[in-house]
Design a protein around this ligand. Sequence first.
Ligand SMILES: [Zn+2]
Length: 408
Amino acid sequence: MKVLCSKCRKDYSQGTMGRCPSCDGILRPEYPDGAVRKLRDIIPGPGIDRYTGLFPLEGAVPCLGEGDTPLIGSRRIGPAMGLRRLCFKVEGCNPSGSFKDRGGALAAGLALERGLKGIITASSGNAAASISAYSAAAGLECLILMEPGSPPNKIRQTLATGATVIPVDGVFDHGPEAIGSLMLRLAEALDYYPALVWAPVNPYILEGVKTMSYEIVARLGKAPDLVICPVGGGDMLAGQWRGYLELKRAGLIDRLPRMIGVQSSSAPPLVEAFRSGSRRVKPLPYARSRISGINVPFTGEHALEAVRESGGMVLSIEDEEALALQQKVAFDEGLWIEPVSAVPLAGLKVLLERGGVEKDDLVVCIMSGAGFKDSNLAHSEAEEVSRRNPMPFDIEAIIAEAKALRAS
Ligand SMILES: [Zn+2]
């Protein structure tokens, strides 16, 4: 395996962190043809360790059964939009309830391989819960710098699996360089592995995310036409794109998908970079989205590169639209997802309005996390039900009550 700069193609030693020292480009691991060809023989299933030859480590990956998440055809929302082939990749079915587990498993493997004491990261919640869980599985310590205002369930989950959590004011507000150097210095001082999933700091962890593409292609027998992702730091989109490039190298697909990134109009760093035609993503002086997971002041350039290379685009949506679609997905499809997971569907609506989708296109929306992560739906109703006086154990009374509630 080599570590190459995506801009100047200079070769670096394995384990190099940060950006390319000579041109500031983004580093990415590249694997020999033989390793990539092995993709033809690997059968997807729970545990990303089956792809070990395509990861930047030689040691074991401590698995918790991550990956192998369902790819479900839309029953109602797709047909109502006039789309025949809309699918949802339900990443909430991962062990800690989000796609971050694909990177969390790899982070723990990398920390073990280097003989370090623990793992450190900064997170708005899902990466924290995941890295804490995999640290516990690997017998490692875990320190999380948490963005204030993270959903309580994500914090609870992180604490329950043993991490030390320190809320840090404006942890992401100082830009990628500042958080990157803070992470690296803290990691060195504590003898921890720096697992900030945003690639400009750690180019290795998002390699776990590409397993999503392997699974999608194994299931469909080809690449989708469009892959629509919510974009915060950008690793989900960029990681999947790398997966598709490898699948093409392995001869498993002959055509690549277009990668579509979606952000909130209240936190749109990638949208602005894409619209302006810039190569760099400028950090915003603000990020005010109500949607945990995409409320970011900056996005990695690797996501911008992936969107452009794929001929895709970046769209912005309103928070309210995504929250309404989160409810709709629950009612119409039976899937309880967190708000950020409905962001791709909101993006798909915008794309349809612009004529950017054909009715026969094979479209995959990535639903990044489970509903329990941010339990806004039915919150007050659940409280009310738990406080309500119970019905007597009587068939007539229960029928009368059921009919009355159905009518209301
Ligand atoms: Zn370079």
